[in-house]
Design a protein around this ligand. Sequence first.
Ligand code: GLY
Length: 423
Amino acid sequence: MRVLVIGSGAREHALVSALRRDAAVSAVFAAPGNAGMVQRAQVRPVDPCAAEDVVALAAEVAADLVVIGPEVPLVLGVADAVRAAGFACFGPSAAAAQIEGSKAFAKDVMSAAGVRTAHSEIVDTPAELDAALDRFGPTWVVKDDGLAAGKGVVVTTDRSAARKHAAELLEQGHRVLLESFLDGPEVSLFCLVDGETVVPLLPAQDHKRVGDGDTGPNTGGMGAYAPLPWLDDATVTTIVEQVVRPVAVELVRRGCGFSGLLYAGLAIGAAGPAVVEFNCRFGDPETQAVLALLDSPLGELLHATATGTLAQVDRPRWRDGSAVTVVLAAENYPARPRVGDAISGVGEGALDDSAMVLHAGTAVRADGCLVSAGGRVLSVVGVGADLSEARRRVYDRLATIKLPGSHYRTDIGLAAVENRVEV
Ligand code: GLY
């Protein structure tokens, strides 16, 4: 099987690496890819959002499967174009991708499907803002209604900070979603979805705030671990049966059945799981940890999803143990990250089973030096017999990597190791 992966982040690097472990995958191409993928994939400089160029590349490389990683091309309909050209494509249609592209659409689907989620209101104009804020709080959750790469969300007990964020979004012409605050530890459950067939992967937890102890602003994600020692299989089954499947069925009912990866972000409160958000693709950085533990052939699972035969393949098998991803971020991330600094200690982008270095915001300078080129620069993934060993491996590997001004969280997965549940 020849696979074309669309995207350039550490999530796509993890997808490329897992696909290379599948004996049935004979060639992997990535567009635009990144500096770390070159040993495992042939990278091509194609814009992921340029549907015609993606289709032309799929034809040129004779792809048997196209896997679209990021949400923006999905929301723009790149998967529709790829499928219309006759290629098997892992990723939902633009219509189904609205589950992430419009929070208002997602709320409507969840309401119709009877899925628990936060109470919410859409604010369209500054004139409505104060009265709407008064109906929420004292913890305010303010979201950009559209795509914002995880950074459009402010959760705060400070009404003026909530107001400032909402007013800024409205000034930029974005609709604002106000939500009631959902209590409880957060879980990311990724499910392969092919119409009404839903296959969960291992549950993971993301750490979204920039600083240790969940302090500072939200980011695209600073680290993750999987599986979750504090979440039992029965709760995963409850999430599939009471949350993901009803949403998949409702999307089919609306004529926009989902095909790809449906990501349920949930808070596990006293009354059970409630949805914080749905995403229409693999999450980053959880994917890097989840796929590190996958024992089944990834190409087969993704191809079956893309071709409507997911119900006919074996359920995913997992390695024993745990995996931890820690993101190495550039100075000043998540504000305006400093770029262009030399990175050392990454090696040749080589992967071994216990500590992998996956690239995201990297580039190779004309003199061959690896430099930072984005906010989240690398994802380092440690795998171990348990969470403590996985943490030790990831932090030992991180200690060998040097990037001036860079930072990373030192507490990814720590609460779970200490038998505390992170909220
Ligand atoms: N882990 C957060 C996201 O992928 O949106």
